[in-house]
Every structure is written in structure tokens, then in C-alpha cells.
Design a protein around this ligand. Structure first.
Ligand code: AMP
Ligand code: GLY
Length: 419
């Protein structure tokens, strides 16, 4: 099977590593990829947002499957353009991608499907916002309705700050505050059937202890030893399957990864958000433990045949990813700082590329999250120690990393609580 992976980040590198391990995968291509992906796949200088360019590339290469990594091309309809050429795509149609593209739409689908989530009101005027803030009380949660790369959400006790954030957005969703540890559940979906991957936890704030601004994610681990062992089954039954049924009923079946961001509250799991792609870095440790073939799974999902393949299987043990970010992240990022120590780190861990570039043969920073160092071990403590030991080899000017990724007590540090 020949596969084309679209995207340029750590998620796409981790997917490519897992696909390269699948004996059924004979050739890997990526557009545009990054220097890490380039070690495993042939890179093509095509922008994933260029629907016609991607469709022509997929058809020209004769690939059996296109795997779309990021949300922006999905929301823009890349899957529709590729499917129109008769090529299988792992990723939802433009209509189905609205589950991530519009928080108001996601809320509407969750309400129709009876999915447990925070109470919410969609607001377009300052008066509506003020009324909703008062109705739900503090802490206040205000979300920009559109795609905002993880930066559109403000959680605060300060009513004025909540109002100010709303004033800067065209349409916002004001929500009830959910209290409890967060986790990520990835469901591989074929339109009617879903298979869950092992749940993971993502560390979203820039600083230790869950302080500072939200980022795309500073580290992650799996398994969640502190969570209910039936969590994945529970979320499949209460969240994923009802959502798939509702999307199919609307004539817009969901094919791809439904990423369920959850708060595990005292009243049970509640959906914080849906995304329509794998999470990064949360999927990295999950893929490290995936034993069954990823290419086969994604191809089966893309062609409506999940019932025909074995469900995903995971090895025992644990995996941890620690992100190394560049100076200024998340407000800005720094480019062109020379990165050293990657080869030494790779002796004991995977070095997953995100914002890197090769300039005259030298590896340099080229984005906010630069690399992630991922290690496996018998348990989270061992995997964590290996990931940090390997990460210690890597240096570049202005490097930022958290020191408490997957630290004890697990499940407590990274909650949806207000700091
Ligand atoms: P989102 O972009 O919807 O994932 O929100 C980003 C982060 O804001 C989440 O990971 C949570 O930490 C926090 N958050 C979002 N919605 C809520 C909520 N209803 N209650 C508490 N925290 C929330
Ligand atoms: N790690 C959070 C995300 O991928 O959205």
C-alpha cells in the first residue's frame, strides 16, 4: 500500500514512523513534510491547503490512501477534493470537519446526540455574553467560535477579562466550567463504526504546574493508570457512537479521527471539545505503543471497512513525549537557531520533528514546537526518565521545556482547573 501523508508537524512525523513499521505499507510520501519525515518518506513541495495540487499529487503518485494530519485543510475541504479523484482519504469531508471548525456546530450535534458536555450559549452581542457569564457563574469559559489553533479559549475568574476576550471575537461560545483532569481519546471512524485508541493525557500550558498560557501541547503520556480502565469503552458508547450516528443521520458521515477532549468530572466524562484529527503531542505516545498495523487500520476506516480488520492493539508498558519549544512560544517563535544533540538522543529515544528545517545541512529551529523526545518504558516513571535523559542531549538557543511532564501524581497536575 502506498500512502501520502499531509502536514508538517510532530503528529505527521509520529504517524509516518508508525506507518513505516506497518509491513503492508510499501511506499510513503509526504507533503510538505519536515526533515524528520523526510528520512522515511519522499517529500513533495505541495501545500496541504492547495486542494487541487494535493488531489493531482495523490492521483499522479497512484497512492492508495491519503492521511490528512492537520485540521485546516480538512475544514477547507481537502478530503472532498481527493475523494473526487477516486483516492481513499483518512479525514472527514468539509461538512463533517465542522465538528472542529465551529464550536457552535459541535455543540449543536452533541445536543442532538445526547452527548455529555458543558452547558453552553452561543453569543454574538456583548449583552448576550454578559447574560451568559452571569447564568453560568465563575470560573468563566469563553471560546472563539472559529478555528484559533488552541488560542481561542479564555478560562478566568475575571469577568472583565472574559468580556474583553468575547469583544475581540465575532461569535463566541460561553460555557459552564468543567472541573476535573483532562484526557484525549482518539476514535478511528469509518462513517458508521469506531475503534478507540488508548487514552492519553496532554500538558497544555507552557510552564510547570500547568501555569502560563495555553499551547498546542508541551508533552504527553499513556497509559492513564489513574483513570477508569473502561474509559475508552465508556466514551465510545456515550460520545463517539452517538456522534457518528447523528452525523450519518444528517447525511454527512464522519470518516477520520474524532479526537474527544474530555474532562473527567465527578459526574463522569464530559466533552470539552471535538477535533477532527489526531492530537499532537497526545497521539505520539499512543502510536509508540500501537502494535497492530496503522496503515491497515486507517485504510479500512477510509474505505468503510473497520469491521473487517482487527481492532487496534497496544503493547503493555508506557510512553512519554516531552516537547522542546523555541524562544517566545506560544506568543511567537524563533527561527534559525542551530539544534545539536539529536543523534545522541536518538540512541535511546525517538526524536520527533515539528518546527525544524535544514539550512545548508544544519538542523535549525523553524517554529514554536521544535521537537519532541519520545521514549517507552515498562511504566510511566521509566518512560519519563528515558525521555528526559534523551532530551538532555538536545540543545538550541532559547529552548523551553516543562520539567513535570508525566510526573507524579499523575492525573492531578493537568486538570481543567483554574490557576
Ligand atoms: P479547547 O480549545 O476547547 O480545547 O480549550 C482549551 C483548554 O481550555 C482546554 O484544554 C481546557 O483546559 C480549557 N477549557 C475549555 N473548555 C473548558 C470548560 N468548559 N471548562 C473548563 N476548562 C475548559
Ligand atoms: N494537543 C492538542 C491538540 O492537538 O489540539
Amino acid at each position: 500500500m502506498k500512502i501520502l501523508v499531509l502536514g508538517t508537524g510532530g503528529r505527521e512525523h509520529a504517524l509516518t514512523i508508525a506507518l513505516a513499521r506497518d509491513p503492508g505499507v510499501t511506499a510513503l510520501h509526504a507533503a510538505p513534510g519536515n526533515p524528520g519525515i523526510g528520512e522515511l518518506a519522499t517529500l513533495h513541495d505541495v501545500d496541504p491547503l492547495d486542494a487541487e495540487g494535493v488531489a493531482a499529487l495523490a492521483a499522479g503518485l497512484g497512492v492508495d490512501l491519503v492521511v490528512v494530519g492537520p485540521e485546516a485543510p480538512l475544514v477547507a475541504g481537502i478530503a472532498d477534493a481527493v475523494r473526487a479523484r477516486g483516492v481513499a482519504v483518512f479525514g472527514p469531508s468539509r461538512e463533517a470537519a465542522r465538528l472542529e471548525g465551529s464550536k457552535a456546530f459541535a455543540k449543536e450535534v452533541m445536543a442532538a446526540a445526547g452527548v455529555p458536555t458543558a452547558g453552553a450559549r452561543v453569543c454574538t452581542t456583548p449583552d448576550e455574553v454578559a447574560a451568559a457569564l452571569d447564568a453560568f457563574g465563575a470560573p468563566h469559559v469563553v471560546k472563539d467560535d472559529g478555528l484559533a489553533a488552541g488560542k481561542g479559549v479564555v478560562v478566568t475568574n475575571d469577568r472583565a477579562e472574559a468580556l474583553a476576550h468575547a469583544a475581540g471575537c465575532e461569535r463566541v461560545v460561553v460555557e459552564e466550567f468543567l472541573d476535573g483532569p483532562e484526557c484525549s481519546l482518539f476514535a478511528v471512524c469509518d462513517g458508521t463504526t469506531a475503534r478507540a485508541l488508548q487514552p492519553a493525557q496532554d500538558f497544555k500550558r507552557i510552564f510547570d504546574g500547568g501555569r502560563g498560557p495555553n499551547t498546542g501541547g508541551m508533552g504527553s503520556y499513556t497509559p492513564l493508570t489513574w483513570a477508569d480502565p473502561d474509559l475508552a469503552d465508556l466514551v465510545l458508547a456515550r460520545v463517539v457512537q452517538p456522534t457518528l450516528d447523528e452525523m450519518a443521520r444528517r447525511g454527512t458521515p464522519f470518516v477520520g479521527c474524532l479526537y474527544v477532549g474530555l474532562a473527567l468530572t465527578a459526574a463522569g466524562p464530559r466533552v470539552i471539545e471535538f477535533n477532527v484529527r489526531f492530537g499532537d503531542p497526545d497521539v505520539q505516545p499512543v502510536l509508540a505503543l500501537l502494535e497492530s498495523p496503522l496503515g491497515e487500520l486507517l485504510h479500512a476506516a477510509a474505505t468503510g471497512r473497520l469491521d473487517d480488520v482487527d481492532p487496534p492493539r497496544f503493547t503493555a508498558g508506557a510512553a512519554v513525549s516531552v516537547v522542546l519549544a523555541s524562544a517566545g512560544y506560544p506568543e511567537s517563535s524563533s527561527r534559525g537557531d542551530v539544534i545539536s544533540g539529536v543523534e545522541a538522543a536518538r540512541e535511546t529515544a525517538d526524536v520527533i520533528h515539528a518546527g525544524t528545517a535544514l539550512v545548508d545541512g544544519a538542523l535549525v529551529t523553524a517554529g514554536g514546537r521544535v521537537l519532541a523526545v519520545r521514549a517507552v518504558g515498562g511504566d510511566v516513571t521509566e518512560a519519563r526518565a528515558r525521555a528526559y535523559a534523551a532530551a538532555d542531549h538536545i540543545s538550541f538557543a532559547g529552548q523551553q521545556r516543562r520539567s513535570d511532564i508525566a510526573a507524579e501524581p499523575l492525573g492531578v497536575v493537568e486538570g481543567a482547573s483554574l490557576r
